[in-house]
Write a protein that binds this ligand. Structure first.
Ligand SMILES: [Mn+2]
Length: 326
């Protein structure tokens, strides 16, 4: 693994940086990208952000000037050669950048990966992957503090705070430490208002999102003496409530709200396949289950997307495979 000093040396020795993150980006992904972008600009570097997904509507407030571009395979095919360094944040498997994967793999440019997920794919010699961090935002925070003196002002502090807050489930998940809170405190000192920040993430949902949550809760099923809880949402649940994939963010955590549940799965039907979110507590290593189905993530939180398949054909298999981890 490379050190912060080595990353700063790479930053010093190069001029332009292309930043990207995973499909269906969350607060940690978008927040880390924007914080790093602003840092690079502040020290006089060229930078751009191209993502395979649109920014979810509830995170658009982080990017009021439209810094983040949605990658277009035809129009933007040249970006992999335009920049000196390609930077991947909050992921470590190239399949997670979807349409950017091919160009990224083919590019001979320098590639840096900064992340906190388990079992990285080894696609670059410049990987900083540490699963002890609760968020990529925390790594970016430390990286910025260790680098050229740049004041962490509101423009950098807000995306970092959102990254840390969202990936720790508002400071309550595993790996939330006093160091996490100290960083959050510094970001509040830099001008972030915790009340406004939490409200922007949690209190801006549409009525449809609440109705969709109602459907998700209503779909709950329990297995293995109530140790496993599942939820399932179908395409029609989204169309009938007028919602989008980003609206599902966070629903899976409700599976763990039932006493005795040690693992929770949210199944979500995609246009051409399906997605599963995995959560667990109590030493149940749920990323191993995700890995059985081509996914991955953290010990207690993981996910997978399966294309060209029907949810109905996999549901029972996944439930059955889950038993051995409980
Ligand atoms: Mn993350």
């Amino acid at each position: 693994m490379i050190s912060f000093d080595q990353i700063h040396a790479l930053i010093q020795n190069n001029n332009s940086f292309l930043i990207t993150t995973h499909v269906n980006p969350d607060g940690d992904a978008i927040g880390s990208e924007l914080a790093l972008y602003h840092y690079l600009k502040r020290i006089g570097k060229e930078a751009a952000i191209f993502n395979c997904s649109q920014t979810p509507y509830n995170l658009e407030f982080l990017d009021p000037t439209g810094i983040i571009s949605h990658f277009d395979k035809v129009k933007n095919s040249d970006i992999f050669d335009k920049f000196d360094v390609l930077v991947l944040l909050d992921l470590n498997h190239l399949s997670r950048i979807m349409e950017l994967e091919e160009g990224f793999r083919k590019s001979t440019k320098l590639k840096i990966c900064i992340d906190h997920h388990d079992e990285p794919e080894n696609f670059s010699e410049y990987m900083f992957v540490d699963i002890n961090y609760a968020s990529t935002g925390e790594i970016i925070f430390e990286l910025i503090e260790a680098g050229a003196p740049v004041k962490i002002d509101y423009q950098i502090a807000l995306p970092l705070y959102i990254a840390i807050m969202t990936d720790t489930g508002s400071f309550r998940y595993e790996r939330t430490t006093s160091a996490t809170h100290i960083k959050a405190a510094k970001l509040l000192d830099a001008g972030v208002d915790p009340n406004t920040a939490a409200s922007m993430i949690h209190d801006q949902g549409s009525p449809g999102r609440m109705r969709l949550l109602g459907r998700a809760l209503d779909s709950i099923k329990l297995y293995y003496s109530n140790q496993l809880c599942t939820m399932a949402l179908l395409r029609k649940d989204l169309t009938e409530t007028g919602t989008v994939e980003a609206d599902i963010e966070g629903f899976v955590n409700y599976t763990l709200s039932i006493k005795g549940v040690r693992a929770g799965l949210l199944f979500y039907e995609l246009e051409n396949g399906f997605k599963v979110s995995f959560r667990s507590v109590d030493n149940v290593q749920i990323n191993k289950l995700a890995k059985e189905f081509n996914g991955g993530g953290h010990f207690y939180a993981a996910g997978t997307r399966i294309s060209n398949a029907k949810l109905g054909d996999y549901y029972d298999t996944i439930i059955k495979a889950a038993e051995k981890y409980l």
